[in-house]
Write a protein that binds this ligand. Structure first.
Ligand SMILES: [Fe+2]
Length: 99
């Protein structure tokens, strides 16, 4: 049972730090080098907001000791999985973000 919980919460626990690094360092670098303000980083920022909203929904239920967060958790994992895949397959390989 502990492994299942760890497997679910691990990506969620890392999400805020990764989001901050992307929004404060990576995305501005990409935008500066490419001049694209409304390209992939715009989409990624909007998805970050969606991810944060799902996290907040789950957090509110946890605060109320409401265990009915399966739907929110599933939505979060779907958005987060697709988001991370897009960043790693499309954004990160861009020459503009390579150091
Ligand atoms: Fe991201």
């Amino acid at each position: 049972m502990k492994d299942e919980g760890s497997a679910k919460s691990e990506p969620v626990a890392r999400a805020p730090a990764r989001r901050r690094w992307e929004e404060e360092i990576l995305f501005p670098l990409f935008e500066k080098k490419t001049g694209m303000q409304f390209g992939p980083t715009y989409v990624m920022r909007n998805e970050h907001k969606e991810i944060a909203a799902h996290l907040e929904s789950i957090h509110k239920k946890v605060q109320k000791a409401d265990p009915s967060s399966d739907r929110e958790e599933q939505k979060l994992l779907e958005v987060l999985g697709a988001h991370n895949q897009k960043e790693e397959a499309i954004l990160y390989p861009q020459p503009a973000v390579r150091l």
